[in-house]
Design a protein around this ligand. Structure first.
Ligand code: NAD
Length: 479
């Protein structure tokens, strides 16, 4: 068993416990055993972190873009060098197979590189003036110290998108990462610190989420809020940010529709979508969830997808042959049981899975349900677990109406051999992202974010930097 480190708070360039020495236990979801602990910040630590972020902002925002870029690139290199050692730590606290953890860490390094590069291109512009001798300039300046709240499903990638964009634009940032998965984000922050990010530019806190968000969002030092998590919490934090007139990015839940036309390569669609569904045990905001299959292809698709579900090797992510780990916490197991129980009581059929696996650990079988109706909770609430919901459709209009039925609008998927169908879906599906005939989401260089109840703002592409920049106008007339 690899060594699992305890996690301290990182404030003003120093790792330390809270003044009152409070800690929270960390569990391994594969064993339900306590494997370590994380320091619990109180009000003194929150005040110290905010003050440090203000000082850090003064230093970092004045550093040249090129110097910031150099430090960030060094952090990416350190993260790559350390990925092999950090991956099992992420697996022990989150559950995902080591191979997925390693992929996440290497993707995080790639994200740092891309955002650092893009920071060098955060251009302003000159606007032609109406009068001679007048200059009109649009200037982009960093928004200021940021408060970031990130969840446990991608412990490092959810943090790196926020820290990378903040640092690339000259902002300082305080991260409250998930108490359930504290050590791998701490390893990420350590890479930044070791690369030369000055004290105060990054803070890392853990504690009581509502206390930290209420304190930091209201704090005058904080100028921007970014949150990834459930729509319910996102709405609360967005309201709080509004009360204090802080800018906000909200990356919230989804209920991804996947439309499969009969003219698609059905086997390829099933294999590709099963890989997307069961990655991270379905605990992915962009996971495909409602599979809408044109009726002639329905039987074939369900059969092939169910075979893929059954082929998953569910187990401890530290085992090399595991392809799907446990759910990250007991809340997800309870949610699966409740939602599936409600669906079957209302007539849903379980094609495969539907129950826990084993007696210890939060393992849940990859599940496929059919015979679904819109009154079932699972057809309306994000399951955030390894459950695929399969329904046939007869016309594309029906499929589009079902895809757009929910207030969410994060990721959508389609498989079709028809360019005309793809164009209709591009125009008619209400989602922040649509990927057709392949899995093409979540690269650092493309926008990532939702519409409607899935939130606002983007965590990818050039738009990721926009969120951390103020736009200012400067004009001058020459004498
Ligand atoms: P949750 O909404 O209670 O927590 C989600 C995250 O938000 C956690 O990291 C938590 O620490 C944080 N959080 C909760 N209350 C907060 C507050 N008042 N202030 C600041 N941060 C707060 O839910 P959960 O049980 O951890 O996860 C369940 C649901 O969350 C899922 O069903 C899914 O909808 C959503 N979720 C979404 C993502 C995503 O990537 N969009 C990731 C994880 C969870």
């Amino acid at each position: 068993m690899p060594h699992y480190p305890d996690t301290l708070l990182f404030i003003d360039g120093r790792w330390a416990p809270a003044a009152d020495d409070r800690f929270i236990d960390v569990l391994n979801p594969a064993t339900e055993q306590v494997i370590g602990r994380v320091a619990h910040a109180g009000q003194p630590e929150l005040a110290a972190a905010a003050a440090a972020a203000e000082r850090g902002f003064a230093v970092w925002s004045r550093m040249s873009v090129f110097d910031r870029y150099t430090i960030m690139r060094r952090a990416a290199t350190l993260l790559r060098e350390r990925a092999e050692a950090i991956a099992p730590i992420m697996t022990m606290e989150q559950g995902k197979p080591v191979a997925e953890a390693r992929t996440e860490l290497l993707a995080a390094a790639d994200t740092i590189d891309w955002l650092a590069e893009e920071g060098r291109r955060a251009y302003g512009r000159l606007v032609p003036a109406r009068a001679t001798g007048v200059t009109q300039a649009v200037i982009r300046t960093p928004v200021g110290p940021v408060a970031a709240f990130s969840p446990w499903n991608f412990p490092v990638n959810q943090v790196v998108r926020k820290v990378g964009a903040a640092l690339a634009t000259g902002c300082s940032i305080i991260v409250k990462a998930a108490e359930e998965t504290p050590a791998s984000p701490a390893a990420l922050i350590r890479a930044f610190a070791d690369a030369g990010v000055p004290p105060g530019v990054i803070g890392l806190l853990y504690g009581t989420p509502s206390e930290i968000s209420e304190t930091l969002i209201a704090h005058p030092a904080i100028r921007k809020v970014t949150f990834t998590g459930s729509t319910a919490v996102g709405k609360m934090l967005a309201a709080l940010a509004g009360t204090h007139m802080k800018r906000a990015t909200m990356e919230l839940g989804g209920h991804g529709p996947a439309i499969i036309s009969a003219d698609a390569d059905i086997d390829q669609a099933a294999d590709t979508l099963a890989a997307a569904k069961f990655r991270n045990a379905g605990q992915v905001c962009v996971s495909p969830t409602r599979f809408l299959v044109e009726r002639p292809a329905f039987g074939r698709f369900v059969e092939r997808f169910a075979a893929q579900a059954q082929a998953r090797k569910v187990g401890d992510g530290l085992r090399p042959d595991t392809t799907m780990g446990p759910l990250a916490n007991v809340r997800r197991v309870e949610a699966m049981e409740t939602l599936i129980g409600d669906a079957t009581a209302r007539g849903a059929e379980i094609v495969t899975g539907g129950q826990r696996v084993g007696n210890a650990g939060y393992f849940f079988a990859p599940t496929v349900l059919t015979n679904l109706t819109a009154d079932m909770r699972i057809m309306n609430e994000e399951p955030f677990g390894p459950v695929a919901l399969m329904s046939p459709f007869d016309t594309l209009d029906q499929a589009v109406a079902e895809a757009n039925r929910l207030p969410y609008g994060l990721a959508a998927y389609a498989f079709t051999g028809s360019g005309r169908t793809a164009a209709r879906l591009r125009d008619e599906i209400r989602a922040g992202m649509l990927t057709v005939n392949h899995l093409g989401l979540a690269l650092p260089e493309v926008p990532f974010g939702g519409i409607g109840d899935s939130g606002y703002g983007s965590e990818g592409g050039t738009e990721a930097l926009e969120a951390y920049l103020d736009t200012r106008f400067f004009t001058m007339r020459e004498y």
